[in-house]
Design a protein around this ligand. Structure first.
Ligand code: NDP
Length: 246
């Protein structure tokens, strides 16, 4: 039996891209899913797709920038499924641009979703995981959490932060049998480039993304991390298109 069978997994940003692909992959391996994002019709459709393939999924409309909504997401999961085995902090956005363009609203949004959203997720699930002395928190960083490119200073800053927070979490919760995994993708086909508001910069990124790999590639890596025995923690994976140099 798969070590994913019957695990209760919360996925933020489940309404598209990597989150959606991961939900389908984990469902095919028997996970019980809690899908979270802001676009309800997308979540409904995904829930329906999963259920029509014999999987189990519920959803809750959640904005990860609200600590209250993240707490409610965890409570809802505990009420419906009795436990939280895995949280995948996947919601994120990448409105890249140069610093001199002073796109302060974009900076704030990236900090709020990419960093605070991850922290609120950790805050929401840690109490019950610590109580059970069991759990797994998977945070989506990026190759941009390792390498800073011109135009991605703020996004990279948020993804470096995700790696720092994940490493702190790993050290703090090792004795509580809580695993921590950083997933650092390279270019992946998804709606991510659509979050770019700088119309001069967007075509540059879209051109680069012509070599992007399928979101399923990341979903398989996430499944690999989850399906290890509980005494084995896959702490970080970098997954790039083969042709991506940086
Ligand atoms: P998508 O744009 O396809 O998905 C992003 C998801 O985040 C959507 O489901 C969106 O749902 C959700 N989201 C955004 N803001 C919020 C919010 N405030 N509250 C709740 N959910 C929110 O992009 P990806 O699938 O590519 O991105 C997933 C993660 O992977 C991100 O963290 C991204 O930084 C990371 N990543 C992606 C790479 C790529 O090349 N695609 C490369 C490296 C890392 P909704 O709008 O419905 O709320």
């Amino acid at each position: 039996m798969s070590n994913i069978q019957d695990k209760v997994v919360i996925i933020t940003g489940a309404s598209s891209g990597i989150g959606e692909a991961t939900a389908k992959e984990l469902s095919s391996k028997g996970a019980k899913l809690v899908l979270a994002a802001r676009r309800e019709e997308r979540l409904q459709k995904l829930q329906h797709d999963i259920q029509s393939h014999g999987g189990q999924a519920i959803y809750k409309v959640t904005d990860v920038t609200s600590v209250e909504q993240m707490e409610e997401l965890a409570s809802y999961t505990l009420k419906k499924f009795g436990k939280i085995d895995v949280l995948i902090n996947n919601a994120g956005l990448m409105p890249n641009s140069f610093l001199y363009k002073r796109r302060v609203d974009d900076w704030n949004q990236m900090v709020d979703v990419n960093i605070k959203g991850v922290l609120y997720g950790i805050a929401a699930v840690l109490p019950s995981m610590r109580e059970r002395k069991s759990g797994h928190i998977i945070n989506l960083s990026s190759v941009a959490g390792h390498v800073v490119g011109a135009g991605s200073a703020v996004y990279a800053g948020t993804k470096f932060a995700v790696r720092a927070i994940s490493e702190g979490l790993r050290k703090e919760e090792a004795d509580n049998n809580i695993r921590s995994t950083i997933i650092s993708p390279g270019m992946v086909k998804s709606e991510l480039p659509e979050s770019i508001t700088d119309m001069e910069f967007k075509p540059v990124v879209e051109k680069m993304y012509e070599r992007a790999i399928e979101a399923e590639s990341i979903a398989r890596a996430i499944a690999f991390a989850i399906e290890q025995p509980s005494n084995v923690a896959i702490n970080e994976m970098l997954i790039r298109p083969t042709s991506q140099e940086r």
